[in-house]
Write a new protein. Structure first.
Length: 448
């Protein structure tokens, strides 16, 4: 079995290579803090050995629940925000046919998401679309009190109850939340919903390999055992003592080395639209973990070749504080060659008989070379193909590198204190009970 590979040669040329060798020791020191639970946020390390610790019983329970939901649903609505939906979406989009949502395959329910925004139109349109559909809900909130999913759950739960009656609605709702705390836990206990727990020591953005990610992924018809196998294999690779052969340590180190050279923006680039949602998950993982204490690499993403016709100009010639990490997929799922054409109006006969992916790979190579010439360091991550196993490897690869990277920066990669600022203002503006003081002071601020 191959593994995902990291190639640093086009990034190392931008830094002092002797300095880079010193990262071996620095990274190991941070890894020790993770393993010995002596670093910042060490009560949130449940994800570290999670792939090995998921029990057969839990996987069976998830698969069983997924089978039941699939048998009664054309659509499964996953309600959650941030870490409570991005992981599931990244894997489902990475593995699904891109036009599946336009097919009416009764045996394969579609996954749709709600509660990941507060758009009235989005939720109206989704409710309207579901009005004649058989659907079920997976509601995910660790705290059980987040406003966006709570509003969506109220809407969709009421809709299910109106259409199917309270008993059948309860049968169509599965909740994933804390064992004891939060409004959602209270509802689960009162309404007798099937539920799964989110462990206390796993934060939202590190929760994709818990039921938070696994249940929606299994409901979408994918093999969660293989996803976990992939993550276990990356966990093992990440324990390789040789720095040069440890992709996780290499990625954490090169990011920090480039950051130290004022490369403060990392652009995750892909050449396959199926990876767009992986980039969204990755942005949350790194942005929420590292952006603290006025530090951190800003995580951005582009979808090539599409964005070569928009962002390409900036990457090539804009402010030189960026570096690029390309996720390259070695093998396509299907084959499609460029046809020959007797008229050759478009002059493309020189490519006749060639796979489209050959052109894509040449675009990738040409772009990389151009960006290096434009002083953009390039890290290449190669995935043999898009399947559950390699996505499992990729997810764990990013999770562990992110934790090490955060420790190299000296911050706590497992909290998110900054997320509270908007909530406090929003609750004050909405005059939420308990926020009277904040309401008065925000009103004064607005009127001054
Ligand atoms: O990574 C995180 O911790 C956050 O993005 C949360 O997942 C997000 O805010 C949703 O929180 P909750 O699951 O408590 O509703």
């Amino acid at each position: 079995m191959k593994n995902i590979q990291i190639d640093l040669k086009n990034a190392l040329s931008f830094i002092n290579q002797n300095d880079f060798k010193n990262y071996d020791k620095q990274v190991n020191n941070q890894v020790k803090k993770l393993e010995n639970k002596t670093g910042k946020g060490s009560d949130f390390l449940g994800w570290l050995n999670l792939p090995e610790n998921i029990s057969k019983d839990q996987i069976a329970d998830i698969n069983e629940t997924a089978k039941r939901l699939r048998s009664i649903s054309e659509i499964i609505v996953v309600i959650g925000i941030g870490g409570s939906y991005l992981g599931a979406k990244s894997v489902i989009d990475g593995l699904s046919g891109q036009f599946n949502h336009l097919k009416h395959d009764k045996n394969n329910p579609q996954t749709l998401f709600a509660g990941q925004n507060l758009s009235e139109d989005y939720h109206y349109e989704l409710l309207d679309f579901l009005k004649d559909k058989n659907y079920s809900i997976i509601v995910i909130s660790k705290s059980g009190t987040t406003t966006e999913p709570a509003i969506a759950f109220r809407l969709f739960r009421k809709d299910l109850e109106k259409r199917f009656g309270n008993k059948e609605a309860s049968n169509r709702i599965v909740a994933i939340t804390d064992a004891t705390k939060g409004a959602l836990r209270e509802m689960v206990d009162q309404e007798n919903y099937k539920s799964f727990l989110i462990d206390d020591d796993i934060g939202g953005r590190y929760s994709v390999l818990t039921p938070v990610g696994l249940l929606p992924i299994a409901c979408a018809g994918f093999n969660i055992e293989e996803l976990i196998e992939g993550a276990i294999s990356m966990l093992n690779l990440s324990q390789n003592n040789s720095f040069d052969e440890n992709p996780v340590h290499q990625y954490a180190a090169i990011r920090h080395a480039l950051y130290s050279k004022n490369k403060t923006i990392e652009i995750l680039a892909n050449y396959n639209p199926k990876l767009n949602s992986i980039a969204e998950w990755w942005k949350q993982l790194f942005g929420e973990s590292e952006g603290k204490e006025n530090k951190g690499i800003f995580p951005a993403s582009v979808n090539f070749t599409t964005d070569l016709h928009s962002m390409g100009q900036y990457v090539q010639e804009g402010l030189r504080n960026i570096f690029e990490t390309v996720i390259s997929v070695e093998k396509t799922k299907f084959s499609l060659n460029i046809p020959s054409d007797n008229d050759n109006y478009d002059g493309l006969n020189f490519l006749a008989g060639k796979p489209i992916d050959f052109v894509n790979k040449m675009a990738e190579l040409g772009t990389t070379l151009a960006h290096i010439d434009g002083n953009v360091p390039n890290i290449k991550i190669t995935i043999p193909e898009l399947n559950e196993y390699y996505l499992g490897q990729l997810l764990y690869f990013f999770e562990k590198s992110c934790a090490i990277s955060g420790y190299l920066l000296g911050i706590n990669p497992f909290d998110q204190p900054g997320v509270e600022a908007y909530k406090e203002n929003m609750f004050a503006l909405l005059e939420k009970p308990g926020f009277e003081e904040e309401s008065n002071s925000i009103k004064k601020k607005l009127n001054s």
